[in-house]
Write a protein that binds this ligand. Structure first.
Ligand code: MN
Length: 432
């Protein structure tokens, strides 16, 4: 008999992204991480749907093996997310990864789509048990990249499989043998893009609190891992779940279980999750456009003025490119103050609101971002735009050949802008 004797988890927005689009479920015997993507809050919606659908189906059906039921739920989650994306343009192109581990009486059952990962720590050795569905992992398999190159590759966050984008999805599933005291980790790529497997293993076999002996609570390690990912830059949302399993895979025995572990008390192991389990799913903060505007502050992305767009050959510049607009603006004030004032008056009335129903693509803190409004700074510092959805794609990872057209600040509908950006996030070839 196997049982989970301890678990710990944490999710963190990281240091760059304005919102947390990861969701998780940590409720014995099921541990799952989903990493969402898509415009506005669509990524968060998708990742929450994935863990909720996975969870809700387990208690209902009795037919089939655990692996079959989990796989069915992943397929179901994919269909529901896909339908939602089709039915609402605000959610166009949304998707999510999903990696889940279920401890049954004898095995660990794993289902997996995307680049969230499952690891096992056994006897001081950390081993990765899932294979990313990502561009770089494909290239490694084809022998075109070494694992070391893949770990540093600028496009390592591009995934080739997700729940939501297509009506069908291929689900990896596996049934693994477990040994007494194995520790498993499910995590999002916000951890593994920042820390090498070597570094993660070092942390998990260290004693972060400086003590010399005895088992430390798993929470100590969860916190150390999340903190290390943030210290390394925290470029993405970070979610880490750890759980320790006791017993062995012999049916009906309780190998090593007597008195050694910390029982989970009110959650009997091996039971199916109850109907109130939503409490265990991560509740992420909702970020409004107003938050983003506030956050944009002075290091906001600075779309160029229309004049600069018309004559600037370097339309693809990132957020740190200099803005030569100041001079022109002052000249404009001297030449035609009345025209300028009239323009401001117009904009401050109806024009402003009209401008807020359109969108364009720009960059924000170095990430490809959907903006609401018009890509235009008026005199007196009036901005007609605000960051609506910063994606997970760094500007400098976009193919230079498409960068120029991507950042031409063409006016788009929200659905169009979101679709473009989320296809970039999935690594598709886009024609902006
Ligand atoms: Mn991520």
């Amino acid at each position: 008999m196997l049982r989970v004797i301890e678990y710990a988890q944490r999710t963190d927005t990281g240091r760059v992204r304005p919102a947390n689009e990861d969701s998780f479920l940590a409720r014995t015997p099921l541990f799952a991480v989903a990493d969402g993507m898509g415009g506005a809050q669509a990524g968060e919606v998708a990742s929450r749907m994935a863990v909720e659908v996975l969870h809700e189906g387990l208690g209902e059906r009795s037919g089939g093996t655990v692996a079959e039921r989990l796989r069915d739920q992943v397929v179901e989650a994919n269909q529901r997310i896909h339908e939602r994306a089709q039915s609402d343009s605000r959610n166009a192109g949304m998707g999510t990864t999903l990696t889940a581990a279920y401890v049954d009486e004898r095995h660990l059952v794993v289902v997996h789509v995307g680049d969230s990962r499952l690891y096992r720590l056994r006897g001081g050795e950390l081993e990765r048990l899932t294979r990313d569905h990502s561009l770089v992992e494909e290239l490694v398999r084809q022998g075109r990249l070494t694992p070391e190159e893949a770990a540093e590759h600028p496009q390592r966050s591009i995934i080739t499989r997700a729940l939501g984008p297509e009506s069908e999805v291929a689900v990896d599933s596996e049934v693994l043998r477990v040994q007494d005291r194995d520790v498993f980790m499910v995590c999002s790529d916000g951890l593994t893009a920042m820390l090498s497997d070597q570094k993660i293993g070092d942390i998990m076999t260290s004693r972060p609190d400086g003590s010399l002996e005895g088992d430390l609570p798993l929470q100590v390690y969860v916190d150390a891992l999340v903190d290390a990912a943030n210290d390394a830059g925290g470029r993405d949302n970070i979610t880490v779940l750890l759980f320790r399993v006791e017993g062995d895979d012999t049916p009906g025995t309780l190998g090593g279980a007597t008195g050694a572990g910390v029982p989970i008390g009110e959650q009997p192991t091996g039971s199916h999750p109850g109907p109130d389990a939503e409490q265990a799913t991560a509740v992420m903060p909702v970020v409004t456009a107003a938050d983003l505007e506030r956050e944009a502050g002075d290091d906001a992305p600075r779309p160029r003025s229309l004049v600069e767009l018309a004559d600037g050959p370097d339309a693809a510049g990132g957020p740190r490119s200099p803005r030569p607009g100041q001079k022109k603006r002052r000249r404009g004030l001297r030449a035609g103050p009345f025209i300028v004032l009239f323009l401001i008056a117009c904009v401050l009335t109806g024009g402003y609101f009209a401008s807020q129903t359109v969108y364009f693509v720009g960059s924000y803190k170095g990430l490809v971002t959907v903006y609401r409004g018009l890509p235009y700074d008026l005199p007196a510092g009036v901005r007609l735009y605000s960051a609506n959805y910063p994606s997970s794609v760094p500007v400098d990872e976009v193919d230079p050949r498409i960068r120029k057209r991507l950042f031409d600040h063409r006016i788009r509908s929200l659905g169009d802008a979101n679709d473009l950006v989320s296809r970039l996030e999935r690594g598709e070839v886009v024609k902006p």
